[in-house]
Design a binder for this molecule. Structure first.
Ligand code: SF4
Length: 371
């Protein structure tokens, strides 16, 4: 056992890229992981070559932290597609990979880089952000960390979220969304987010959370974290994604929705998103190899224009309707949104006229303006 200095996920090794050695964050991380094996230079390269030859590099890679400099843009638009209405979210890349191991996780199919990567050039990250906000000063920038990672999973080691909250609480035209399945909110509770930070939690039916979301905090702990954060002035978001239509899904998801509204004040919820399981075909095989066959990756899914497998629209509409109604019985004004759906589905599922990206962008921006 290592890592008594922090309470996060266990890390066995830290691999440091040559040009990442002198970054202050590298030093901070090493201080928080005093008993880890550290590899640099050729040693790290050799270890990587060995890792990718293992039978499940992904699993072992979840205990290896790679410290690197990010070279490309730190802020990028969320990869929407033209067939779907896009929410205009921008992604702040803080790293990639996740120490949790949800069986349905899409990252399994996307990455041939099995270790957990942390971008340690934080000054450049903040410069990139600053630049993004000043070159486009008239729009509201909704920015989220955690597209290719969980926003807080490595935070006990990196302490990055506090730095970001500190940065965002001073901005006029931007908001930060921190999206997680952990309850690592403690360091954030002493900061004043000044209405600029949404802490959001990925939620699921209890059946899915406890069986499929390996390593994630229990729903109870996620909700406790949400309630604590709300008391300290954070806005909240909840994401039901992926919604998995297992037998009993309606009761399962319904119960989780009820729990949310028992735990927190609906006034402070910026949004609740709904997204039904969709996957690239390879994911089914990759997950099968790692976990055995998963019943929810079945043949009822059809290939969409973007190459992803989805349930037929009629079935998706039914599911969204049920969950949307359940949310609205608790709080009719809750801002619900669908992830990557067409205007037709929006209309049928939620009776909302969201015809183009700009409609959805304004709908969600409003959450931050009201806040
Ligand atoms: S928490 Fe998210 S990123 Fe991490 S394993 Fe689960 S689905 Fe993947």
């Amino acid at each position: 056992m290592n890592g008594h200095a922090h309470m996060g996920f266990p890390i066995d090794e830290v691999w440091i890229d040559e040009d990442a050695r002198d970054e202050p964050l590298t030093g901070e991380i090493l201080r928080r992981l005093p008993s880890c094996r550290v590899r640099t230079g050729q040693d790290a390269i050799d270890a990587y070559e060995r890792l990718i030859l293992e039978s499940d590099p992904f699993r072992h890679g979840k205990r290896i932290l790679r410290l690197i400099r990010h070279r490309g843009a730190f802020v990028k638009p969320c990869p929407g597609t033209k067939e779907h209405v896009c929410c205009g979210l921008q992604i702040l890349h803080i790293g990639q990979g996740c120490p949790m191991d949800c069986r349905y996780c899409a990252l399994q199919a996307y990455f041939n880089r099995p270790a957990l990567e942390v971008f340690v050039n934080v000054d450049e990250m903040l410069d990139g952000l600053r630049q993004r906000l000043t070159t486009d000063p008239n729009r509201l920038h909704r920015i989220c960390t955690g597209e290719f990672t969980d926003s807080l999973a490595l935070d006990p080691i990196t302490d990055l979220a506090s730095k970001l909250v500190h940065f965002f609480c001073q901005q006029q035209n931007a908001s930060l969304e921190i999206k997680t399945k952990t309850d690592f909110v403690e360091p954030l509770l002493d900061l004043d987010p000044r209405g600029r930070v949404v802490l959001s939690f990925s939620m699921n039916a209890a059946e899915i959370a406890s069986n499929e979301e390996r390593g994630a905090a229990s729903l109870k702990r996620r909700l406790q974290a949400a309630a604590q954060a709300q008391k300290k002035g954070y806005l909240l978001g909840f994401h039901f994604d992926p919604i998995i239509p297992f037998p009993g899904w309606e009761q399962g998801y319904g119960r989780t929705i009820d729990r949310i509204f028992r735990a927190v004040d609906p006034q402070g919820i910026s949004w609740i998103s709904l997204g039904i399981l969709r996957f690239v075909p390879e994911l089914k095989e990759i997950a099968r190899a790692r976990f055995g066959p998963l019943p929810y990756f079945h043949d009822g899914f059809v290939r969409g224009l973007d190459g992803k497998q989805r349930l037929p629209a009629q079935r998706r509409i039914e599911i969204y309707q049920k969950l949307g109604d359940r949310i609205r019985t608790h709080a009719p004004e809750t801002r619900i949104y669908l992830c990557m759906e067409s205007p037709y589905v929006w209309k049928r599922a939620l009776d909302m006229k969201i015809g183009k990206d700009q409609d959805l962008i304004e709908y969600l921006d409003q959450a931050m303006r009201d806040g």
